[in-house]
Ligand binder design. Sequence first.
Ligand code: AMP
Length: 290
Amino acid sequence: MRLLTRISDVQRALDKEREAGRRVGFVPTMGFLHEGHASLMRRARAENDVVFVSIFVNPLQFGANEDLAAYPRDLDSDLSLCETERVDVIFHPNVDEMYPDPNPFRVTVGEIGSKLCGRARPGHFDGVATVVAKLFNIAGPCRAYFGRKDAQQLVIIERLARALNFPVTVVGCDIVREPDGLAMSSRNIYLNGEERRAAVVLKRALDEAAAAIGSRERDARRIGNLMGSRISSEPLAKLDYAAVVDAETLEDLDRLDRPALLAVAAWVGKARLIDNTTVTPEGASSEGSS
Ligand code: AMP
């Protein structure tokens, strides 16, 4: 396993792999790696010859009042997880390496970046799209792996690849959860014991909505309200949004007459948590939620 910090070294190393006919699978991360990240690496390992992982806390995707400085970091533990998952090359650049210009050139994703999480985090998805575009150009991957936990991010990256003609296949991977259902996230470390127990309310809200859809509820507003009031019933949670949107366009739905994304976001203590599930019009959850 090689740990590289310079863009030119990564380009040289991966050019050589591609010249030898080897396919590169890419897993972009911000580090503080957990089982969710590991599942992406495993999939990349199974489907490619070379597994490339980036570990970079991207300042462009953090707002002025967000947790950039506090974002958890633990490179030693990240390296040992990568070693276990048989990663070949790790890229861990510093901010100057990625953004030598103090006012960097950016990709703008347009309206889709203002929906859902974009409402509370203006500019966030432009920052995500910018770093991913750079990393695609640096790595030249054949396939790139993203978690469905960040469902809006996945939709936007799929669009980015199509819109800017990146020769990469974007692969969406299922959400990995704690035994009680909480979606794994690096930010879960912010939760104290009580908050950690409260945080499961996001998954519970999704499960209740999926159950209502299973019982033929098709009114999107009622489903959204059901999720919102479940989350608001938890005193330690502060609801950001509970939305029922078209799974591809992320436009609000009136009725569940096509594949829908049920998406929730809430603050629990210092952590802003998100979760989601996709449902088909028949009501069957793509993730197998009840
Ligand atoms: P992050 O380090 O949080 O930026 O995440 C890096 C990648 O891992 C993103 O594609 C995330 O969607 C994915 N990811 C994070 N948590 C999970 C999870 N619990 N299950 C599946 N994928 C995840």
